[in-house]
Design a binder for this molecule. Sequence first.
Ligand SMILES: [Fe+2]
Ligand SMILES: [Fe+2]
Length: 191
Amino acid sequence: MRKIFARSMTRFFRFVADTFFAKRYGHRAVVLETVAGVPGMVAGMLLHFTSLRKMKTGYGATIRELLSEAENERMHLMFFIEIAQPNFFERMLVVIAQISFGLFYLLLYLIDYKTAHKMIAYFEEEAVLSYTEYLALVESGVTENVAAPKLAIDYYGMKPEARLIDLIQHVRADEQHHSEVNHRFAEGRDF
Ligand SMILES: [Fe+2]
Ligand SMILES: [Fe+2]
């Protein structure tokens, strides 16, 4: 049941993203990364509150892992905003998505956190696929292999001449990691 719901939501959001962006991967990355930064922060905040409320230790490592996921996604946004600038319509979409997805995720997490993590694990798998498609377009020359932003070079410790291809590979590895972490949390936390 949990997996079916998580899978259906993933298919739904994938359909929405495909409809809006098609092959415009730069724009797709910018808008979706604004959403990707939400779940880790919501979950981290809720666990932080739980720890305060129950006056119990043992939450620290998980809270830090969730918040670091949110921070990592926010950095992805900062990299891709230098690659593609969203238009007015996309900026509106970001505002609407933040409010609606933020509330949806908050509620889902309160109702059943395992489903919430499972859904994010699947989202992250989709992100890996999308970045793989983006990578193929850059490798084939359809999308220009521009220089990687300085911010990304510093963040990943890439060589100064790093290009978009290198950046996408690093980001994709992050998404793969998020997927594994969320699959793990979906199996249950220790508290
Ligand atoms: Fe991301
Ligand atoms: Fe991610």
